[in-house]
Design a protein around this ligand. Structure first.
Ligand code: SF4
Length: 241
């Protein structure tokens, strides 16, 4: 039995739920989402407002995630097929070779900050407090990202036992994968899985949610592939990893 098969046998196809996301909010990440360059602190007069709304948004957030792990049946530069839990095949299109070229299995995830943060941000905006609304939205982005990090950590832990490793996450709407691929991604989950739905225009509700694909492949191959950002010529990209 190959390592990929063993990993799949260990994990099962899922879906796996993540309900336990560390409660500590990463203030640096919140500042980054607010547009502060790394290492730059907000003006002293803003600190108490910032801390107040970070704390309140943290109370309203209910971060969680769900993911499945599926065997890759076909992989090319622009296309990846997986076998779904009901025995059919599903195809993802995009710059697959750059991001997921080392994948033998595919983790597919949806992570969210939950509906409460967005509701609070909307209330604040409607009440004429855009600064507080922006801070709360930034916390929402941080909480969704924290839930995604738990998924990656769980995949990494399981993969390590089989000398496998995860690739960088690759999300619909970024770096050569059309937003329309969200439909394929969401088709792998039931409606009630994690409380995130997709609008007609492929936006997630709640908005502070993140979805994506994570390849799982032999650790040496994943490492040799490195980051697609190293080969990307979009030098102005602020999401470079
Ligand atoms: S540098 Fe930016 S656009 Fe290029 S691959 Fe990385 S994240 Fe995508």
């Amino acid at each position: 039995m190959g390592s990929g098969t063993k990993l799949l046998a260990q994990l099962g196809t899922g879906p796996h739920r993540v309900d336990d996301v560390p409660g500590q909010i990463d203030r640096g990440e919140v500042l980054r989402y607010l547009g502060y360059p790394q290492g730059v602190e907000p003006a002293a007069r803003l600190v108490s407002v910032l801390d107040e709304w970070i704390e309140e948004a943290g109370r309203r957030a209910t971060p969680r995630a769900t993911y499945v792990v599926l065997p890759v049946t076909e992989l090319s530069n622009r296309r990846l097929k997986v076998q779904t839990s009901d025995g059919f095949e599903t195809t993802f299109n995009g710059a697959i070779g750059e991001f997921l070229g080392a994948a033998e299995c595919l983790g597919v995830f949806i992570a969210t900050a939950g509906p409460g943060v967005e509701q609070l941000a909307t209330e604040l905006m409607n009440d004429g407090d855009p600064l507080a609304g922006m801070i709360v939205n930034a916390v929402g982005a941080e909480r969704a990202e924290a839930a995604e990090s738990v998924v990656i950590d769980q995949l990494r832990e399981n993969a390590r036992e089989h000398d496998f490793a995860p690739t960088l996450p690759y999300s619909p709407g970024y770096c050569g994968m059309g937003l329309v691929e969200q439909r394929t991604l969401f088709s792998l989950f039931g409606r009630a899985d994690v409380g995130v739905t997709l609008t007609e225009s492929c936006l997630m509700q709640p908005l502070k949610s993140v979805s994506g694909l994570i390849g799982l492949g032999p650790a040496e191959r994943v490492q040799a592939f490195g980051s697609p950002c190293d080969r990307c010529e979009l030098y102005s990209c602020s999401m470079r990893r």
